[in-house]
Design a protein around this ligand. Structure first.
Ligand code: SF4
Ligand code: ZN
Ligand code: ZN
Length: 297
């Protein structure tokens, strides 16, 4: 197997792209996919101050590495969720990576805010992943807005995006389908959010880490639930095996032709006010995280 680009022996085959690459050409290929995503969706430019959500896993580290390599002005935010077994490892990998690549890293420790997921899980009846996701979104946005970051970047890859899309199509969840996409523009107290890795599959992101020498951590979260996304991820992987390229066509087709069918008639329908306690935009008087905090105190 030879590299499609330079014809020396290839180290990775990508049936979805009908190509194979040597190490250097693979890194160039991955970089081009990220550059293309950024350009075609006007995600950010070199004047932006970008806050990267860094979990310590392969996606967030590959994203940080790639944005740094492309010369963007990035800082990381790691949220230490206070989950026994997995959080200390995730934090260690995040700190080590940012140290090595000289990326400023901010850490918010949920234990200090009485919001450690260990305690939240004991007190709250809702599924822990839904509360955890809400807490993470809240702090990434709040930190970005309060510290003048113009953009929040997350490491969602093609498998994350297509499995979420398929799950929401199966439920015909109109609100979620409307919100799906690689860019969420800034509005009403929310920072702009971007997903520059959306053209890379999970396999391609893992390969990027491997070939770029990025040391990423993997400690499965003990609270990881039976969420529906992994089921859809596996279905799409099987489909991709039979029809290489199917995932990116599914997602691109949704962005180009499907998504407009789910746009709300009037975006102003939902009235957003600052939370009475913390100022975070919310459609009720008190935002979800302040309500959670009152439950915890
Ligand atoms: S698996 Fe659930 S609880 Fe664990 S980190 Fe992810 S969202 Fe949070
Ligand atoms: Zn090559
Ligand atoms: Zn609040």
């Amino acid at each position: 197997m030879k590299c499609t680009r330079c014809k020396i022996p290839a180290v990775v085959a990508l049936p979805s792209h009908n190509a194979a690459f040597c190490k250097d050409c693979y890194l160039l290929f991955a970089q081009r996919l990220v550059e293309r995503a950024i350009k075609e969706h006007q995600m950010c430019d070199h004047a932006d101050r970008i806050l990267v959500a860094i979990s310590g896993g392969k996606d967030s580290l590959a994203l940080s590495w790639q944005l740094k390599t492309l010369g963007y002005d990035i800082s990381g935010l790691h949220i230490d969720l206070g989950i026994p077994e997995s959080s200390p490892i995730a934090r260690q990998y995040s700190e080590r990576f940012c140290d090595k690549y000289e990326i400023p890293l901010h850490v918010l420790q949920m234990t200090d805010l009485h919001l450690s997921m260990k305690e939240v899980k004991k007190r709250v009846k809702r599924p822990i992943c839904s509360v955890c996701g809400q807490v993470k979104r809240y702090f990434f946005n709040k930190f970005a807005v309060e510290n003048q970051f113009s953009v929040v970047a997350t490491g969602h890859n093609l498998d994350d995006e297509t499995s979420r899309l398929l799950a929401n199509v199966m439920r015909w969840d109109m609100d979620y389908l409307h919100d799906l996409g690689p860019v969420m523009p800034a509005k009403k107290g929310f920072a702009k959010k971007i997903k520059p890795l959306f053209r890379l599959s999970e396999f391609e992101t893992a390969n990027l880490c491997f070939l770029a020498g990025i040391d990423y951590g993997y400690a499965p979260c003990p609270y990881s639930s039976k969420a529906s996304f992994p089921v859809y991820k596996n279905l799409l992987l099987d489909l991709e095996d039979i029809q290489p390229g199917r995932k990116i066509h599914f997602y691109d087709g949704f962005l180009k032709r499907g998504r407009k069918g789910f746009m709300p008639m009037d975006d102003e329908d939902i009235t957003v006010h600052p939370c009475v306690e913390c100022g975070y935009p919310t459609s009720t008087g008190q935002c979800g995280v302040c309500r959670l905090r009152s439950t915890m105190s």
